[in-house]
Design a protein around this ligand. Structure first.
Ligand code: AP5
Ligand code: ZN
Length: 215
């Protein structure tokens, strides 16, 4: 099964993605994570992406499209399909991905749309902490780590993303409304969107996501 998870910044895409990937044994393709890893490795692509990401702006379509294409082409194990997280995020990206996937086994089967009011997101974004070693996502209130400043799973140090500021969130929300919301309408017309109330405790959101995917 090929899944796309959509939602505003902090809606809980990463949190649900980790569970979906484990449960359904699909490849997790998070464009944000790939860019952050490119930045960490100091590549030219990372350097270019960073100038946009730090401000909360979207990275230009062509860069993202090419990156996803080559990522998919180089996947060694196709597993049970993929989970796209954070891509496509503009109509141009959605059309480019359609052109790439066509009717092949790359076509998207289901879209999970994480719905949440924007005013909840500032608290989610500013309270987020991430393990620098295993990527586990924490929150200082809703999902605190038991070991102070360290990951419960691997002991790795927890860090805050550079774009997790209120200033950058304002720009990210604006980008989401203008550029990404139309993508949801695009998939809704195809009849493959499953809307999820993302403003519930994590376990309740997961149970709704599972229902939508197992349906
Ligand atoms: P990306 O990495 O995709 O970030 P994002 O879309 O802003 O989403 P986040 O990762 O911030 O949030 P999330 O929904 O995953 O929430 P999480 O589960 O962590 O993109 C970053 C940047 O990269 C973009 O701004 C852009 O510059 C660039 N980029 C990436 N893809 C691109 C593309 N296709 N085109 C162009 N540019 C691109 O949860 C958030 C917090 O809330 C956590 O602390 C978590 O513990 C907590 N939480 C989660 N669920 C719940 C819950 N149910 N209740 C309470 N707390 C919860
Ligand atoms: Zn960890």
């Amino acid at each position: 099964m090929n899944i796309l998870i959509m939602g505003g910044p902090g809606a809980g895409k990463g949190t649900m993605s980790a569970r979906i990937v484990e449960k359904f044994n699909v490849n997790h393709i998070s464009t944000g994570d790939i860019f952050r890893s490119e930045i960490g490795n100091g590549t030219a692509l990372g350097l270019e992406a960073k100038s946009y990401m730090d401000k909360g702006l979207l990275v230009p379509d062509e860069l993202v499209n090419n990156m996803v294409k080559s990522y998919l082409e180089n996947l060694e194990d196709k597993k049970n399909g993929y989970l796209l997280d954070g891509y496509p995020r503009t109509l141009d990206q959605a059309k480019a991905f359609d052109a790439l996937a066509g009717d092949s086994d790359l076509a998207i089967d289901k879209v999970i749309a994480m719905e949440i009011d924007f005013d909840v997101l500032a608290g989610r974004i500013t309270g987020r902490r991430i393990c620098k070693d295993c990527g586990e996502i924490y929150h200082i209130e809703s999902k605190p780590s038991k070991l102070e400043g360290k990951c419960d799973k691997c002991g790795g140090e927890l860090y805050q993303r550079k774009d997790d500021t209120v200033e950058s969130l304002t720009v990210r929300l604006d980008e989401y409304s203008k550029q990404t919301a139309p993508v949801l309408d695009y998939y809704a017309e195809k009849g493959i969107v499953n809307k999820i109330n993302a403003d519930q405790p994590i376990e309740s959101v997961w149970s709704d996501v599972l229902k939508a995917l197992e349906d």
